[in-house]
Design a protein. Structure first.
Length: 355
């Protein structure tokens, strides 16, 4: 599948040998602790999630210094998107680039020698990659917040009112690592994705997440109930000092939502990240045209900025599918009107084709 011979790149005083790995040995993940820019998306648990639930084996472009130490790690999936073969680092992630040694000059690395075309979901200095942005990323800085009341005041007044309303109505928010609760969240996710006009995840996606990520605390599920009924939930991904809002779900019932269920469960997750001494909450990416979603995230205290992805192709142009483009809008209308049993069956196949 891959080139049989590694190639060498001279980097200042270092000699780094880059090798394509079709299979990543478990022992390599232990070496990532010495590299910079490592995220939850670089980890063995996330890679096993992609392989087990979406049948995408994760490969890697790996670099080692003259002494044999790991200096460069770029995981990727080789897949087809709308009929075109691409290498992506990584599907279902919004910000992951190469993990690397601090002394490594990324401008001397030429991925096109071994891996092309290439899409990297982060800004990177790798040679030959073209930056582009049609999304924003929103982050809440938790550093320097010593009191929960200070964190509370970071929220917009509208969010505080909704959370207070949920408390008055008796909404219960809590953390769970139980497999049964991941299954309940998965059912709620199907309803949410259909309402949003977005393709759903494979049937076992959240079950596999519970097995691969929950035991280590890399995935953290928070749920909101009222009167014994599950109304909403969020999943945060944790790695190091970063907490990422990755998935959210809620019922369609407007009367249930008006009491602030979504705001209350998000606040529970943010507060937990602060208690765990995380430095930031990353609310994920938002297409530039979705101003309402962007405002929702910013009202939790987040600050938005352009999200840069990088592309390497013969044309030098992006080859992803914009989430706010015409194709996505038309597809969204169709998905929203697809009967639920058919949506469960068909939309995960569509997800694999477009992300």
């Amino acid at each position: 599948m891959f080139a049989s011979r590694p190639y060498r790149v001279r980097i200042v005083a270092l000699s780094t040998e880059l090798t394509l790995l079709e299979t990543i040995p478990d022992s390599l993940y232990a070496e990532l602790a010495d590299l910079s820019d490592v995220t939850v998306f670089h980890t063995r648990g996330w890679h096993r999630l992609l392989q087990r639930s979406l049948s995408w084996p994760v490969h890697a472009l790996v670099g080692r210094g003259s002494g044999g130490s790991l200096t460069f790690f770029l995981p990727f999936v080789t897949k087809r998107r709308m009929g075109r073969k691409i290498n992506v680092c990584l599907p279902l992630s919004h910000e992951i680039g190469p993990a690397h040694a601090a002394a490594l000059d990324l401008q001397d690395i030429k991925p096109q020698v071994a891996l092309w075309p290439l899409e990297i979901h982060a800004a990177t200095a790798l040679r030959g990659m073209v930056p582009a942005s049609h999304h924003l990323v929103t982050r809440l800085d938790l550093r320097g917040i010593d009191e929960e009341t200070t964190l509370w005041k970071r929220l917009h007044s509208a969010k505080r009112r909704r959370i207070a309303a949920a408390e008055r109505e008796g909404v219960r928010t809590y953390f769970s690592d139980a497999m049964a609760d991941y299954a309940r969240f998965a059912e709620l996710q199907v309803i949410t994705r259909r309402r949003q006009g977005a393709p759903g995840y494979p049937r076992d996606f959240f079950a596999v997440m519970a097995e691969e990520l929950a035991p280590s605390g890399a995935s953290r599920l928070f749920l909101a109930e009222h009167g014994g009924r599950l109304l909403g939930g969020v999943i945060f991904l944790h790695h190091g000092t970063a907490a990422l809002y990755a998935y959210g779900a809620s019922v369609t019932d407007r009367d249930a939502l008006r009491i602030g269920v979504n705001q209350a469960v998000m606040w529970e997750a943010i507060r937990a990240a602060w208690k765990d001494q995380c430095h930031q909450v990353d609310f994920g990416s938002t297409p530039q045209g979705q101003t309402e979603l962007l405002r929702y995230k910013e009202q939790f205290g987040g600050v938005s900025q352009p999200l840069i992805h990088c592309y390497g192709s013969a044309s030098g142009l992006p080859f992803d599918t914009p989430q706010d483009g015409t194709l996505a809008r038309v597809g969204g209308v169709v998905l929203r009107h697809t009967p639920l049993p058919l949506f469960k069956l068909v939309s995960p196949i569509l997800l694999k084709l477009v992300i």
